[in-house]
Design a protein around this ligand. Structure first.
Ligand code: N01
Length: 538
């Protein structure tokens, strides 16, 4: 920790998290002349890309839209090596950004916020860290990322296992030697898929414990040379405009024609073209009706199942790997390169947990209802308490000592995912009920949120105001509008981390705004244009 933190002068802003959002928020508030401190539990920058250093971790948004847009110099000098950067490349990028803009001097690493409370008398926050400090600040901005609280299912016997047990989101930085080991992977979401396809060739035996079969689209991940980068850079002016205008913050516009207005043969051709693209276009850059219309969902889901089936040699294994209980795209669709064909390898087994559930973890491995499977390493690719988990890890007290944990036990509430009634001067990013919570190319939506927060703080300062908070009515209006839209979708009816359905006891409600990014940006702009109507500004 540096001297500035030790002496702890009053601050204008504390930012929690030094990942994608936190670094940009720091850069932006510094430009306004604010005294800012970032705290992060990690020993380095990168957030998600610091913690998730498991084998095979990589983005599945292309690098040309998984980056910052605030600096032309940065865009010009950073050379992406491939379409989908792996964890190491992403982490290098964040380290470069931190050094390039001299951000580290305002970051306290290895520092976790345990609690924070609003002081009505001074209209300021006191933020307490695990290092024993209290940071006194006017504003707090949470930059936790939607997926920062790892979910460890309460398997019986967890602590008795004599081998190595690791969660992918807390993967040891020094790595785990898996060569020649008997390894079990629990979970077949985006993370499990990346782990399985990466470690299958090196382990002696791999057992994949699947509860819900998952769709995935084959990734095409070209390496870039200088000519590629020049061509991609030449597109940047269009790309940086396009991302704000698409449904999910990607740079591809969805189809404008209604799905069933297109003749069947042409629909098939379009799907084939989308499939061959090697991106998530077939999900978020094609037919938005897939999220609303069961008939569209059925046809596209069957198309994807057909593609998966064709890649698996054993038809019985194929049947287990085919998702049949939810439509394509109603849960987060991962990209894969080699996941399904891993199950053609002689050293890879699939355990269908619907047929044979896990009973417990034992000293030697995992016992399902079909018997014990001996393992040297158990990998939990079991996901996150999304959207809310990072907040609930802190004891946050707003006006009159009201506890966010207690409030959110009753109902998770935010205004546009950016502020919470009763918690003045607390700005939230990637919080529930904004697209940034899930339904967006995260860098696009998070950069938008940072800009809105920065402009809001700038507005307060320029107008001689010190405190901002949404009214209860504004918050209710946002939630009502969110629910009306969400409840028309198939996504809201599907159990996943999008709906809190992956966490025992969590309220079932779509956590992410699903009206599309342009509508969300418009709503945020309206607030600014109407001088924060619906917010108490004092
Ligand atoms: O987590 P998940 P994830 N017993 O929740 C299973 C992003 N991401 O870490 O589906 C047995 O999707 C669970 O089963 P079920 C991306 O946004 C991005 O994989 O609940 N199984 C599921 O199979 C992604 O969506 C990249 O039935 C249990 C799995 O664990 C998000 O992170 C890469 C269980 C969890 O899947 C989360 O992905 C990786 C239990 N008790 C992640 N509990 C990129 O490419 C849970 N499971 C950028």
């Amino acid at each position: 920790m540096n001297d500035a933190a030790k002496t702890n002068p009053p601050l204008d802003a504390v930012i929690i998290g030094a990942g994608f959002t936190g670094l940009y928020q720091l850069w932006s508030l510094r430009k306004l002349g604010l005294r800012v401190r970032v705290v992060d539990a990690a020993a380095g920058v990168g957030g998600t890309w610091y913690w998730n250093c498991y084998p095979g971790a990589r983005t599945d948004s292309p690098s040309n839209i998984y980056q910052y847009w605030f600096s032309d110099e940065l865009l010009e000098e950073w050379n992406w090596q491939q379409r989908y950067p792996d964890q190491a490349e992403s982490e290098r990028y964040f380290n470069h950004v931190a050094d390039r803009f001299d951000l580290r001097k305002d970051i306290s690493f290895n520092t976790r916020v345990d609690a924070m409370s609003w002081d009505d008398a001074t209209s300021r926050w006191n933020v307490k860290t695990n290092t024993g400090e209290t940071l006194n600040t006017q504003f707090v901005i949470t930059a936790l990322g939607p997926l920062s609280a790892p979910l460890v299912p309460p398997f019986k016997g967890h602590e008795t296992f004599k081998g190595r047990l690791v969660h992918t989101a807390r993967w040891p930085r020094e790595g785990v030697d898996l060569k020649g080991k008997r390894v079990g992977v629990i979970g077949t979401g985006a993370t499990g898929i990346q782990v399985v396809q990466t470690i299958a060739p090196e382990v002696e035996r791999l057992t994949v414990f699947q509860r819900t079969a998952n769709y995935a689209v084959p990734m095409i991940n070209p390496r870039y040379n200088d000519a590629d980068r020049t061509a991609i850079r030449a597109q940047y002016p269009e790309t940086r405009k396009a991302i704000w205008t698409t449904f999910a913050g990607f740079d591809q516009q969805s189809q404008t024609r209604a799905y069933f207005s297109i003749p069947a043969e042409e629909r098939r051709e379009i799907l084939e073209t989308l499939w061959a693209d090697g991106t998530l276009k077939i999900w978020v850059g094609a037919f938005n009706e897939i999220f609303f219309d069961p008939a569209v969902s059925d046809e596209i889901s069957e198309f994807v199942r057909e593609k998966i089936r064709a890649r698996i040699v054993d038809p019985k294994v194929a049947e287990k790997l085919l998702p049949k209980d939810h439509g394509f795209g109603t849960r987060r669709v991962p990209l894969e390169n080699g996941y399904f064909t891993s199950f053609n390898r002689p050293n890879v087994d699939l355990v269908d947990l619907h047929a044979t559930p896990i009973e417990c973890i034992t000293e030697r491995g995992i016992r399902t209802s079909a018997g014990e499977i001996e393992l040297d390493v158990i990998i939990l690719a079991t996901g996150f308490d999304a959207g809310t988990g990072g907040f609930l890890a802190m004891d946050i007290r707003g006006r009159n000592g009201v506890s966010l944990r207690e409030e959110w036990k009753k109902e998770v509430r935010t205004t546009m995912g950016l502020q919470i009634h009763g918690f003045p001067n607390l700005f939230t990013t990637s919080a529930p009920y904004a697209p940034a919570a899930a339904f967006c190319n995260a860098p696009t939506c998070l950069q938008h949120q940072v800009q809105w927060i920065t402009e809001t703080i700038d507005y307060l300062r320029k107008h001689g105001r010190a405190v901002i908070e949404p009214t209860a009515e504004t918050e209710q209006r946002w939630l009502t509008q969110h629910d009306e839209m969400a409840n028309q979708t198939l996504v809201a009816k599907t159990k996943s981390w999008y709906t809190g359905g992956n966490v025992e006891g969590k309220h079932f409600r779509l956590l992410s705004y699903i009206g599309g990014l342009p509508a969300y940006i418009e709503a945020c702009d309206q607030v600014k244009q109407k001088d924060y109507e619906g917010f108490e500004v004092a």
